[in-house]
Design a protein. Structure first.
Length: 324
């Protein structure tokens, strides 16, 4: 099925409802569905509000409008984040909830007081309807059309992918600096892992076990052996490569071009990466939603976040993912 056909089917269902949402795979044209819906509702006095989880998504709407000859709509659109939704006027013809799976109970009052149309757009509809996000989506923009990622892969709209997992032995070199109030010393990754594992196993309460487990996970994220292997892989590949680091410092260390909140060149780097002017970009979780990268063939993730498939779906890019 073509993208145009999928978009038409989604729009046909949206037109039937005052408040509804669509769950369509990344790459199908979720933003374009929103813009086409605006065209259907358009009048000279039309006013729309686009709500998204972060500011960078607004540029995607502007870029898509320019790309498809719909820039005239931009004069009729206000943009806001979910965080600032309750500060907005209720005087809109249609509210477009981009990445509507970000809805929380805190948004319920504003959405309930708003009396106009609502369109929800997401690539990852809430899995559990009884969850907070599931209840909010079902109440304010129930999903009326879905086109899942597996269908998009089969239709060759999305790249298929392979996952290669690199497992590493815990390093026995004593190159980790450990500091307390009274002294400091060097330990190995193996020493560090054993220490935190002993803390987890000897925890006297469920809360303490949870805290020490998180501390162990954070320690593992910074192990140098993973960074060393990552550097080898980065230098080895000539493919366009996106690197997901655990911290901003790690992102800057692994790649000369990075994307994170403390890098003033982040947006320039992202645009240059999309255009192919740079071929390697490191980032942290800020780039895991609402971003499409053309012609990206390889990704490198320094640890398993527990949502690798979701990450792949949101980015709509990799033929090959490597996890460290």
């Amino acid at each position: 099925m073509s993208k145009d056909k999928i978009q038409d089917e989604a729009l046909t269902e949206l037109y039937k409802h005052k408040r509804a949402g669509v769950g369509v795979s990344v790459g199908v044209g979720k933003t374009l569905i929103g813009l086409k819906h605006m065209e259907h509702e358009y009048t000279d006095i039309f006013k729309a509000l686009v709500v998204a989880p972060k500011l960078s998504i607004f540029q995607s709407w502007k870029d898509e409008a320019a790309k498809f000859g719909k820039s005239y709509l931009l004069d009729h659109i206000d943009f806001t984040t979910y965080l600032s939704l309750d500060k907005q006027s209720l005087d809109y013809d249609v509210v477009y909830l981009d990445e509507c799976h970000n809805l929380l109970f805190s948004h319920d009052s504003w959405l309930s007081n708003y009396k106009g149309k609502i369109v929800g757009l997401t690539g990852t509809p809430p899995k559990y309807k009884v969850s907070e996000k599931g209840k909010m989506v079902n109440k304010h923009c129930p999903i009326v059309y879905t086109y899942i990622t597996d269908d998009a892969v089969e239709a060759k709209i999305l790249n298929d992918y392979r996952i290669i997992v690199h497992t590493l032995p815990l390093d026995t070199r004593k190159n980790m600096l450990v500091q307390t109030k009274n002294k400091s010393w060097y330990a190995s990754e193996l020493d560090n892992y054993r220490y935190w594992t002993n803390r987890v196993q000897s925890a006297s309460s469920g809360k303490e076990k949870q805290i020490t487990s998180v501390m162990r996970m954070k320690a593992i994220m910074t192990y140098k052996s993973k960074e060393e292997l990552a550097k080898e892989i980065i230098s080895y590949t000539n493919e366009k490569l996106l690197i997901f680091a655990n911290t901003q410092e790690q992102a800057d260390m692994l790649c000369s071009d990075s994307y994170h909140s403390n890098n003033s060149l982040s947006e320039d780097n992202l645009q240059w990466f999309k255009e192919g002017k740079i071929t390697k970009l490191s980032c942290v979780l800020q780039l895991n939603e609402g971003v499409n990268i053309p012609n990206l063939k390889c990704g490198l993730i320094l640890h398993s976040y527990g949502n690798e498939r979701k990450l792949k779906q949101r980015l709509n890019i990799p033929d090959l993912f490597k996890f460290l």
